[in-house]
Design a protein around this ligand. Structure first.
Ligand SMILES: [Zn+2]
Length: 214
C-alpha cells in the first residue's frame, strides 16, 4: 500500500489553511468541531466516472464528496475531500454511505503516505465504523485553501454543475485517483478482519454457553 494507517494515539488537529485556527480535532473514538459545530457546511459529489477504470468502479459501494467550509476567524473558504468506501455494491452500501444508518462505534485512524506523491497530502484522517457485515471507511483529506470559489460555490451552494471545472475538483480527482486502489484494498482487508472477529466471538460465546442437558 502507498499509505500506512494506525489508530490515533494522539489528537489530530484540522487547522484553517489560511490562519491556522483550529477547526476540528480527531480523537481515537470521537471527532470534535470547534466554533458553532460545523467545520464543513456544504458539498457536492465528485464525479469519478471518467477518472476511474471500469475495474476501479467495482464494487460500486463508494461515495466521494467535495465539502466546503469557512474559517470563523479569517473568513477564508476552504475545502475537504471526503471519500467513503465499503467492500460492497452501492445498493447494500447506500444506507451507510448517505448516512441513513448512523455508524456504530466509530474509531479514527491516521493515514500517512509512505513517500510523497502529488497531489495527495502527506497525512489524512480515516474514520472506521461497523457497517453491515464489514466496515465503512471515510477518508477526509484537507482542509485545503479555496482561494477562488468560481466553479465550486454557485448561487445554490457547492455544485459541480458545469462539469466541475475548477482547480479544486481537479485536485480532488487527482488525489482520489492516486490512493483509490489502496484505499479499496484496505477497506476490503479491514472488512474481512471485522468479519473474522465476529465469527471468533460467536464461536467463543457458543463454547462458553452452559449446556442445559447436564
Ligand atoms: Zn482562518
Amino acid at each position: 500500500m502507498k499509505f500506512r494507517s494506525w489508530t490515533l494515539t494522539e489528537p489530530y488537529a484540522m487547522d484553517c489553511p489560511a490562519c491556522d485556527t483550529l477547526l476540528a480535532i480527531g480523537h481515537r473514538d470521537y471527532f470534535r468541531t470547534l466554533g458553532d459545530g460545523f467545520w464543513l457546511r456544504d458539498g457536492d459529489t465528485i464525479d469519478m466516472v471518467n477518472v476511474l477504470s471500469e475495474e476501479q468502479k467495482k464494487p460500486s459501494g463508494f461515495d466521494c464528496t467535495l465539502m466546503v467550509g469557512k474559517c470563523r476567524e479569517c473568513q477564508a473558504d476552504y475545502y475537504a475531500v471526503e471519500a467513503a468506501f465499503m467492500d460492497a455494491d452501492y445498493t447494500d452500501a447506500e444506507p451507510y454511505l448517505i448516512g441513513d444508518v448512523v455508524p456504530a462505534g466509530a474509531s479514527f485512524r491516521m493515514c500517512e503516505l509512505r513517500k510523497p506523491e502529488e497531489p495527495v497530502p502527506p497525512a489524512w484522517l480515516l474514520r472506521e465504523s461497523a457497517a453491515g457485515a464489514g466496515v465503512l471507511h471515510k477518508h477526509t483529506f484537507g482542509p485545503f485553501l479555496l482561494g477562488d470559489t468560481t466553479g465550486v460555490i454557485g448561487r445554490n451552494g457547492v455544485s459541480s454543475c458545469g462539469g466541475g471545472k475548477a482547480p479544486a475538483w481537479d485536485h480532488a480527482k487527482g488525489m482520489l485517483k492516486a490512493v483509490w486502489d489502496d484505499a479499496r484494498r484496505y477497506v476490503t482487508a479491514r472488512s474481512r478482519d471485522a468479519e473474522m472477529n465476529r465469527i471468533r466471538e460467536n464461536i467463543r460465546s457458543e463454547i462458553s454457553k452452559p449446556d442445559s442437558n447436564h
